[in-house]
Design a binder for this molecule. Sequence first.
Ligand SMILES: Nc1ncnc2c1ncn2[C@@H]1O[C@H](COP(=O)(O)OP(=O)(O)OP(=O)(O)O)[C@@H](O)[C@H]1O
Ligand code: NI
Length: 273
Amino acid sequence: MKDQLISIEHLFVTLNGSHQPLLEDVNLTIKMGEMVGLIGESGSGKSLTSRAVTGLLPKEMRVSGRISYGGNNLLELSDKERYKQLGIKIGYIFQDYRGSFTPFIRIGKQMTETIRTHIKLTKKQSEQLAREVLNEVGLEDKTIYHRFPFQLSGGQIQRAAVAMTLALKPELIICDEMTTALDVITGEKVLNYLAKVQKETGCAVLIITHDLAQAYKHTNRIYVMQQGRIVEEGLSEEVRCHHKHPYTKKLCSCLLALPGEDLITTASQVMVK
Ligand SMILES: Nc1ncnc2c1ncn2[C@@H]1O[C@H](COP(=O)(O)OP(=O)(O)OP(=O)(O)O)[C@@H](O)[C@H]1O
Ligand code: NI
């Protein structure tokens, strides 16, 4: 399809020496301007899927299938070609945010250097942009800009990483558990900023999360993953109200009911198997 931005087709990932694939025939597409959710319990393969897109799978894994993006198969790109795509075209917010910055270089310096690698701006303009995006995610630029990463809390580093990625205005943003390190209010603030950038730039977003409420609120379409496979896909509202797969039903029963629906159970009471 013409308006498809990225298309993952028959993706298999297997650990060397093992026969049991970690990802099995994963198919997932994202259109221009779409916000797509990828949900599933811990260990179901969400991060591996996003790592395959960005070429960051561990060396000891074999991968097959196709990831079409901009006329290329991302699985066949050289490291250099892939690096060119990352950042400016595909922005990736890591689940393990501690790796987002080098510990002993000040946040501001790292941000401006990254911005200038990808966008033609003067030093002054890139500093202004870095300060602007820090403020957008609720970090006071006056204090944070000159700090070293080790002087920030986990949630502050995570927000700085989000700010850094969004500053580059990529056409596809992959957020892997972007709000896990944040409290509810800060998390919502960051998600709202993401939605604002999405509206402004028309970029596509893949939100990986096990927070179903977040996925329903912020995405148009949802994929549900279980044990390395996509088990259900549909418009967020449909998946929420008319899910077909028993696993999705279990996941959904963890959510608080909408007004007018029966309250089922809370997350802590449900064992998802
Ligand atoms: N480096 C690795 N070596 C071996 N197995 C791995 C490696 N990384 C991930 N796996 C396995 O692959 C499977 C999928 O992992 P993945 O990180 O994609 O899960 P996830 O859905 O992102 O979970 P979470 O919600 O906890 O982040 C898991 O069974 C995990 O143990
Ligand atoms: Ni993960």
